[in-house]
Write a protein that binds this ligand. Structure first.
Ligand code: DAT
Ligand code: MG
Length: 148
């Protein structure tokens, strides 16, 4: 089953949005496969966002991600990479549709609460980076009530 890497950023943790965000993925029918709170080292944040290292906002982005603990997760489900991005909403909360996490819970691009992998390839890279120990293998007994 397809997997993605989801991270609740430091603002989401500080604002007490962890339960709300997890709940949205759970209620959709996705399966939580890995979960941990992490105080991210600068070099690790730089590695996670390596593709953006040339961007003018890179330094600020790294400062933001290391400004407090994050909640790192692996979620699984059919088409979860694309659907997860839809649940999260557009990068800039000013453009995120109401009903999405960023559309409902955030205002500024530099405090947009959550990260989600943008492709199956980056999902597998990010899962390997954040969860080298592996994730839980399980499937809900409700599976036949979620999938036909
Ligand atoms: P996303 O998080 O939607 O995948 P991204 O990978 O392009 O977006 O960028 C990673 C993060 O960097 C994003 O969540 C917020 C920040 N960011 C992106 N574009 C930005 C910009 N133009 N100005 C400031 N921060 C930006
Ligand atoms: Mg991205």
């Amino acid at each position: 089953m397809e997997q993605t890497f989801i991270m609740i950023k430091p603002d989401g943790v500080q604002r007490g949005l962890v339960g709300e965000i997890i709940s949205r993925f759970e209620k959709k029918g996705f399966y939580l496969k890995g979960l941990k709170m992490v105080s991210v080292e600068r070099s690790f944040a730089e590695k996670h966002y390596a593709d953006l290292s040339a961007k003018p906002f890179f330094a600020g982005l790294v400062e933001y991600i290391i400004s407090g603990p994050v909640v790192a997760m692996v979620w699984a489900g059919k088409n979860i990479v694309v659907t997860g991005r839809k649940i999260i909403g557009a990068t800039n909360p000013a453009d995120s549709a109401p009903g999405t996490i960023r559309g409902d819970l955030a205002i500024e691009i530099g405090r947009n609460v959550i990260h989600g992998s943008d492709s199956i390839e980056s999902a597998s890279k990010e899962i390997a980076l954040w969860f080298p120990e592996g994730v839980a293998e399980w499937q809900s007994n409700l599976h036949p009530w979620i999938y036909e």
